[in-house]
Write a protein that binds this ligand. Structure first.
Ligand code: ADP
Ligand code: ADP
Ligand code: ZN
Length: 216
């Protein structure tokens, strides 16, 4: 499985990527996660991107493309990968196309997860994550079985919320999605690679839809 999950912030890309990753033994490559790991570790890359991410703007293509190219070269990508949050504009989509062509890799498809803006705001404002294992949760839609402990890894008191998941930044991120990321839909549609699922459905249903569009 070699796919791109495409969709606005909060669409459920990370959630679905983690489900597919376990089911199919492929890796999730999430641009946002890679940036956040660098910020947390205080690397030069992290220092370069921290302010931009906090404002909800896109990191420069140079930095982002180089980071993804390096990631795709790691041996764990051999069995397949799920790109989550990359590409996010046409220049990145073009760079990825060139990169994959040079590596002799073909994508199985580009899956667009369609969710309306109102639902996105609900999803983002209720989102939290286990910093122990990365499992994602939601205040309303995906509560852990026990309030303060992770269903997946059992860690206690390790839930965190993202600094950029606040009302002001979310608005900027949605605008950025509509103005810069949505133009890559026709890019992939012209290449007959674009498949769309209804991201408003419940979690398991979305997974089945993704499997169905990739099989069909
Ligand atoms: P979400 O899951 O809410 O869409 P991400 O974790 O994918 O958020 O991204 C968080 C932030 O990281 C973005 O708002 C942006 O600042 C930066 N970012 C992520 N992916 C890219 C990318 N492909 N190009 C530029 N910036 C990116
Ligand atoms: P993205 O990676 O696209 O920004 P996430 O996967 O982090 O989005 O999902 C955003 C929030 O919405 C998370 O709190 C997640 O638990 C929740 N969520 C994801 N998919 C669904 C769904 N189909 N129905 C309800 N809530 C969902
Ligand atoms: Zn956990």
């Amino acid at each position: 499985m070699r796919i791109i999950l495409l969709g606005p912030p909060g669409a459920g890309k990370g959630t679905q990527a983690r489900i597919l990753m376990e089911k199919y033994g492929v890796v999730q490559i999430a641009a946002g996660d890679l940036f956040r790991e660098n910020i947390k570790a205080g690397t030069p890359l992290g220092k370069q991107v921290e302010a931009i991410i906090k404002e909800g703007r896109l990191v420069s293509d140079d930095i982002t493309i180089r980071m993804i190219a390096d990631r795709l070269d790691k041996p764990d990508c051999k069995n397949g990968f799920i790109l989550d949050g990359f590409p996010r504009n046409v220049a990145q989509a073009e760079a990825l196309e060139k990169m994959l062509h040079e590596k002799g890799i073909a994508l199985d498809g580009v899956v667009q997860m369609a969710v309306n803006d109102e639902q996105l705001i609900d999803r983002i404002s209720g989102r939290f994550t286990c910093s122990g294992c990365g499992e994602g949760y939601h205040d309303k839609f995906k509560k852990p079985a026990h309030a303060d402990s992770c269903d997946k890894c059992g860690a206690k008191g390790k839930f965190t919320r993202r600094a950029d998941d606040n009302a002001a930044t979310v608005r900027t991120r949605l605008e950025t999605y509509h103005s810069q990321t949505a133009p890559i839909l026709p890019f992939y549609s012209a290449r007959k690679m674009l498949k769309t699922v209804n991201g408003m459905a419940d979690l398991a249903d979305v997974t089945s839809q993704i499997e169905a569009v990739l099989a069909g």
